[in-house]
Design a binder for this molecule. Structure first.
Ligand code: BMX
Length: 284
């Protein structure tokens, strides 16, 4: 019998993607906005409606989501990224809706696996970091994706920036949403891409706003380098892959002593890393 593709869904804080995936090939793709106020039922209704004509084309599904997955249940760590209620029975509800078995995993963990299998991290020990609505992450060490006892492994955005800064998490200062607020409040630049363009042109104020995100990321990577000593840090996400962001990470990392220096690389699968990764995690 001919192998059927996997249905892959990726629910982020801003957008939801669905795809039919065969290996590392995305055969067809749809996008809907994640209606933040709606709640999980509404998010799933929207995505299922958008792919109704794919019925029968897949035999299994994988879903990658912003938030923590443990025992098939979905919870937010940071409800400001997406207000997921605690312990939502995602696998049960979605497998019932679709009529096929469902595998669920965190979005950045899925993207880490995609980059390891088919992207910029093949054959490496790697840390994936996505700089997106939030800051997410995933670890692949010794060929194994770490998810952790409670689904927390790799959640770099939840690392505290500094003991003196109380509960300030990395994503409070380094996420796309944090930079969007800063750009908006600057009175000068409408959004992060405009801010990045000004920084590239050498505007000192723009550079210092961008560095408010970049420096804490470099510091977190330096600490993780000491903890797991990976071959590379793969950077993804809308902001992480925006022109000029990775260059700034490189230039600050270059100032570190070589033995502490993380090696940053751009994600090769772009916005499809989570879809391809979660599809590959589905049992054949
Ligand atoms: C937050 C957290 C992570 C997620 C990361 C990136 C929630 C709802 N999400 O740290 O699980 O991986 O954001 O998410 O607590 P994205 O939506 O920006 O891709």
């Amino acid at each position: 019998m001919q192998r059927r593709p996997v249905l892959a869904i990726d629910i982020g804080g801003t957008k939801t993607l669905s795809a039919l995936v065969d290996g590392n090939r995305v055969l067809d793709q749809r996008r809907v906005e994640t209606a933040r106020a709606g709640g999980p039922q509404a998010w799933l209704d929207a995505v299922v409606a958008s792919i109704a004509d794919w019925d029968g084309r897949y035999a299994a599904a994988g879903i990658a989501v912003t938030g923590r997955i443990a025992g098939g249940r979905w919870s937010a760590l940071n409800p400001a990224i997406l207000p997921v209620p605690d312990g939502y029975p995602l696998v049960e509800v979605l497998s019932e809706r679709l009529g096929v078995p469902v595998t669920a995993v965190n979005d950045a963990q899925a993207a880490a696996w995609g980059e390891y299998r088919f992207g910029a991290g093949q054959g490496t020990d790697m840390v994936f970091m996505t700089v997106s609505t939030g800051v997410g992450g995933g670890l692949v060490l010794g060929g194994r994706l770490l998810t952790g006892r409670n689904g927390l492994a790799g959640h770099v955005g939840q690392i505290l920036t500094d003991l003196m800064a109380g509960e300030q998490r990395l994503e409070d200062v380094a996420a796309g949403s944090a930079l969007a607020r800063l750009a908006g409040g600057s009175g000068q630049w409408p959004d992060p891409p405009a801010l990045l363009a000004a920084a590239r042109a050498g505007d000192a104020r723009a550079e210092s706003l961008i560095d408010g995100a970049v420096l804490p990321l470099v510091r977190a990577a330096r600490s993780l380098q000491m903890l797991v000593d990976p071959d590379c840090f793969i950077i993804g996400g809308g902001l992480g892959l925006a022109e000029g962001f990775l260059d700034r990470l490189h230039s600050h990392a270059a100032a570190l002593p070589p033995q502490y220096r993380p090696e940053f690389r751009a994600a090769a699968l772009g916005a499809e890393a989570g879809l391809i990764g979660v599809a590959d995690l589905v049992d054949p």
